[in-house]
Write a protein that binds this ligand. Structure first.
Ligand SMILES: CC(C)(COP(=O)(O)OP(=O)(O)OC[C@H]1O[C@@H](n2cnc3c(N)ncnc32)[C@H](O)[C@@H]1OP(=O)(O)O)[C@@H](O)C(=O)NCCC(=O)NCCS
Length: 347
């Protein structure tokens, strides 16, 4: 094989990344009984991830041909990789290993104290273990069907909006004891102080965790809105980044990929996340989606109980693995006393 170089992904690489991704994951789906894959990743989603952590998005290049890629993410001191794929004809020759090493080195050089990944493919665990990743828990993906009755049990504007098929909380939607605002509106009011509050909230989940880099990127990309929940004293009680659009679509240049909403990031008290979920459900319904997916760290019984009570059921499970550090807490953590973190580790 000609020499393979790991380099930073550029904008021009995105069509190739989409092509490699489709080939790699189609093979994985065929082999490991995953969902068949009909479409590639679209430019909009790839651009979003690349903008959010451009130094951690990398490709394996052989004589100018992209044969592998890795999408990296950074939330403050936490960095993780996924998805990651290699062209089937180049698999088994060390390209994936080079991508993982390249990513880990970049993440560590950038100061990450927590470096990891998640996989739903049990067969891949051995591959990652051999490359220094330790399996340390499970993340569940919960999902809830959004029938017309959703939200009926919950007071407030979001519930009404879900039923009417419109949700625009620009001036603030009242949900229970909270006011839900899109980040833009809240940001215009007091951006620096809100960002400080968001960092403080995330730091209670895991020191150094910081989601604020995603707040502006998501609404600007078209992938979805960001909401904040303010309590009666105008304090930030939670925030959510909603990806309304599926990551794959029939056309690479699609600007309105199909709705397939996933809560990408959500942090807050149990009450605040309940209000934020109602807002996300309403936004998902307004976008024409039939269900909402919400990630949940499997080791946190408190978070799971909250989701279960709201009608969410387990849809999928992912093994969380760390190359460095820990994230998500330990079994003896006082779960009920820290903010809930309903965030994904996939892209
Ligand atoms: C997982 C993946 C990124 C690894 O890349 P790779 O270039 O094949 O990896 P490497 O050559 O560095 O070796 C990784 C190991 O995977 C094995 N392997 C995985 N898929 C393979 C394939 N299709 N052909 C040959 N070997 C394969 C290799 O034998 C090697 O085993 P070892 O640990 O005993 O040495 C790549 O196989 C891939 O794109 N798979 C499909 C998509 C996927 O599963 N992505 C990750 C989702 S979590």
């Amino acid at each position: 094989m000609p020499e393979c170089r790991i380099r930073t992904m550029t904008d021009d690489d995105l069509p190739d990344v989409s092509r490699v991704d489709l080939a790699a994951f189609s093979l994985a789906a065929q082999r490991f009984g995953g969902h068949p894959i009909d479409h590639g990743r679209h430019r909009m989603g790839l651009e979003y991830f690349r903008r959010a952590a451009s130094d951690l998005c990398i490709v394996a290049d052989t004589d100018g041909e992209v044969i592998g890629y890795g999408i990296g993410h950074r939330w403050g001191d936490t960095a993780w990789i996924g998805p990651l794929g290699v062209l089937p004809e180049h698999m088994g020759r060390g390209v994936g290993t080079a991508l993982m090493q390249g990513f880990c080195t970049r993440a560590a050089d950038g100061g990450a104290t927590v470096v990891g990944l998640e996989t739903s493919i049990a067969q891949n665990v051995r591959i990652y273990e051999k490359r220094g990743f330790l399996a340390r828990g499970v993340r569940l993906l919960a999902a809830r069907d959004l029938g017309p009755a959703v939200g009926a049990a919950r007071a407030g504007d979001a519930a009404t909006a879900g039923a009417t098929g419109r949700f625009d909380p620009t001036d603030g939607a009242k949900v229970g004891d909270f006011t839900i605002l899109p980040w833009g509106a809240a940001g215009q009011a007091r951006p620096a102080s809100r960002i400080k509050e968001a960092r403080k909230l995330a730091g209670l989940v895991t020191p150094g965790l910081d989601h604020t880099g995603e707040f502006d990127a998501v609404p600007r990309s078209g992938m979805g809105p960001t909401y904040v929940a303010l309590d009666g004293a105008d304090r930030l009680a939670g925030y959510a980044v909603l990806h309304l659009r599926a990551y794959r679509s029939p056309g690479f240049m699609d600007t309105t990929p199909p709705a397939d909403p996933l809560v990408w990031i959500m942090v807050g008290s149990a009450e605040a996340t309940g209000a934020l979920l109602a807002a996300c459900e309403a936004a998902a319904q307004a976008a024409g989606a039939a269900r909402l997916k919400v990630p949940c760290y499997g080791g946190n019984p408190h978070a799971w109980a909250v989701l279960k009570q709201l009608g969410y059921k387990v849809d999928a499970a992912f093994i969380r693995m760390f190359w460095r550090g820990q994230y998500g807490g330990t079994a003896d953590r006082k779960w009920g006393q820290v903010p809930l973190d309903l965030s994904s580790w996939l892209g």
